[in-house]
Write a protein that binds this ligand. Sequence first.
Ligand code: 2HG
Ligand code: ZN
Length: 471
Amino acid sequence: MIPEAALAALRAALGADAVITDPDRLAPWLVDERRLFSGRALAAVEPQSTAEVSAIVEICREQHVPMVPQGGNTSYCGAATPDASGRALLIRFPRLSRLRAVDALAGTLTVEAGMPLAAVQAAARDAGWFFPLSMGSEATAQLGGALSTNAGGLTVVRYGTARELVLGLEVVLPDGQVLSQLQALRKDNTGYDLRHLFMGAEGTLGIITAAVLRLFPEPAARETLLLNVRDAEAACACLNRARRTLGDTVESCEFFTREALALVLAHEAGARDPFAGEAPALLLLEIAGTFDAARMRDTLGELAANLLDEALAADVLIAESPTQRAAWWRLRERIPAAERAEGGSVKHDVSVPLGRIPELAALAVAGVRDRVPHIRCSVYGHMGDGNLHLNFLAPVGAVPEDFRATHGQALSADVHALAVRLGGSFSAEHGVGQLKRELLRATRSPVALGLMMRLKQAFDPDNLMNPGKVL
Ligand code: 2HG
Ligand code: ZN
């Protein structure tokens, strides 16, 4: 690789101002969201079209320049951070963020990769529809990154993960060719479904440049329930009852323990415990339906009465106003920020079959307390998806960095082994990136790993697409 030749070719293809080498501008893009990884880069480029992405990839291939695509840089696993060699080119997408097409009859949007998720949601609303992919980082997380990592978030229990919302994709392959499959078909049963190879590949097989997204009818009625529950087992029973009563109107099902809540109460101005310290754990249910709002309210009343009668919940609150709903959601969504404010945590993102959630929560907490008495356990997550974040903080008074350095590895090994033993996964929604490559190798079968390697080799024989990630 001759860096100067690569840079000159990129400037000629894109214009000088689309090739960024200024260290101050590059700096924030060279560290990941969690500050676990930092790297260097030859430059960053900001293409304006799929044709420009293709031109960039061709130049990189000719000049043997590794490429690292980066969306909103919100990966939890360092998936968008280059290595320390300084050889890689960062490809960023702020200028490739247009809404290309709206089909208001079929309910689809064709959107470019750089559009933030919140803007995609707004575009869907403008078209009279609903785009459900939603997460704490949605103001900055971009569509391309969310699809590449097959992101999850807050509505998976009803609508599925990112890949389930995609009808068509446009991808620039590692040889510069454009795979254009932007058809908006619900049914297309014509051989291998190539789309799904790129979702979850985290940019290692190609660069997603646009997608056709499935939209849903905007729910006419929405209600939010907050339950005081004994533990994860009771929470699962409540979810089961709610689904049997309300059908598939359960849109979010978020569980959090009192210890997780306590972090938010300590750090979030104005935050209040709705159960005044009485709830060992809380379950937040978002119910959204297209049917009559008054009927929905009645059904919720019946559900609440049943949950209380059967002692599945000790208290059931139904939000009385949008302000109250927002306050409850803030209690859940601000847990990661509160963990940061406490000096950080040893984080996990594991999934198990729903029925094993109670064991996962109970055994993980018992196990880590054995290792570190007084450890603080921030247990929360998308319980309806079988996905919990089991995050551990230093005992009060201990130095967070020392705690993580001393115990982090052992705690993670315990949690991951437990999840796998319960039939689960070490990464439910945050992907693999560079953080969890070893875990992928340790837990996938040789057959699965061999196939993944052969796919990578077939798509990207020179290993230039986001090298060092996933595999
Ligand atoms: C969430 O569910 C995110 O809030 C972040 O996936 C989880 O910070 C975490 O551990
Ligand atoms: Zn999560």
